[in-house]
Design a protein around this ligand. Structure first.
Ligand code: FAD
Length: 273
């Protein structure tokens, strides 16, 4: 028997307007950006009847100072923002071939493990999207909604500029093993942000740890608060070890972000402006 892993109908819009028209006509079409997660999923599970491939929409492939199109590749965002948490996060994913194909939009929507999504959470990012149900463009969609709402075509992302940011992650093996935890932090004069992504749970900010940091507590205290906050979510399947790793990354990133002198070695971490 011949097994065919491709959808029967492939839609390839060349503009956002054309994509919106096609999605209005084929609301069940599966959206494909770089395809690094979507295409392997067809091999493992049911092949969709219709796929809408975004790859030819060049207007969605831009990068800017405080934003990017959904089709911006991980390579491009890493090159444009090498010192920011989101650039470090993108650079930490897979190898060069994967980063060329994979997109920021795909990383945010899949949110699994969503390393770039974790980094953009601390930058208070939001998206512009096309709502497939109302058939309207909607603006300033919070990142957390993009993680769960499957009726949106993400078009672009914008984030808050400035502040000191840093990203780190721990994986089972340095190259390609499953992630244990991804952590990002950001500090401005008036705000402190901490976000964590772990297998089995959506990327999320940790408000209690953030308050603790803003109140002037040290890295160890903020990390302890982060560990306590992660433990509060009883539904999450992560292990005590995973939470301890996440808390350690929080501590190290705060040390680095504040320019403190304590040990910040280990892990795959880089600091940012
Ligand atoms: C070897 C390997 C290692 C990896 N390591 C990591 C890692 O360390 N960290 C990490 O975070 N990820 C990792 N990934 C996962 C993945 O490659 C990335 O998350 C990637 O950014 C997904 O982007 P994509 O463009 O390929 O998405 P696709 O595969 O095209 O799509 C992914 C999902 O998002 C939806 N989607 C994509 N774009 C849009 C859009 N604009 N609007 C609405 N829906 C959309 C699709 O329908 C699909 O459900 C890894 C993958 C591989 C294969």
């Amino acid at each position: 028997m011949i097994r065919v892993d491709a959808p029967r109908r492939l839609l390839q819009p060349r503009s956002v307007d054309e994509a919106m028209e096609m999605l209005a006509e084929h609301p069940d079409a599966v959206i494909v950006a770089g395809g690094t997660l979507a295409v392997p999923a067809w091999r493992a599970g049911p092949v969709p009847e219709t796929a809408l491939c975004l790859g030819a929409i060049r207007e969605l492939a831009y990068t800017a100072e405080a934003g990017c199109g959904a089709l911006c590749s991980l390579r491009e965002i890493a090159a444009r923002h090498p010192d920011a948490a989101w650039g470090s996060a993108a650079a930490s994913i897979g190898g060069p071939a994967l980063r060329e194909l994979a997109t920021v939009g795909g990383n945010v929507v899949a949110a699994s493990p969503g390393c770039v999504a974790v980094a953009l959470l601390v930058a208070e990012a939001h998206g512009d999207a096309f709502d497939l149900r109302s058939r309207r463009r909607i603006h300033r969609v919070p990142l957390v909604e993009l993680f769960i709402n499957r009726n949106l075509l993400l078009l672009s992302l914008n984030w808050a500029p400035g502040g000191h940011t840093a990203f780190a992650k721990a994986a089972v093996r340095a190259a390609g093993g499953p992630n244990i935890a991804s952590v990002a932090v950001r500090r401005t004069a008036a705000r402190a942000a901490v976000a964590v992504g772990m297998p089995g749970r959506l990327p999320a900010r940790l408000p209690s740890a953030e308050k603790c940091w803003l109140a002037g507590e040290g890295p160890a205290e903020v990390a302890a608060q982060a560990a306590a906050e992660l433990t509060l979510n009883d539904d999450a399947p992560d292990t005590r070890h995973g939470r301890a790793v996440a808390a350690t990354l929080v501590r190290r990133l705060i040390v680095r972000c504040e320019g403190r002198t304590a040990d910040v070695t280990g892990g795959r971490q880089r600091s940012a402006t």
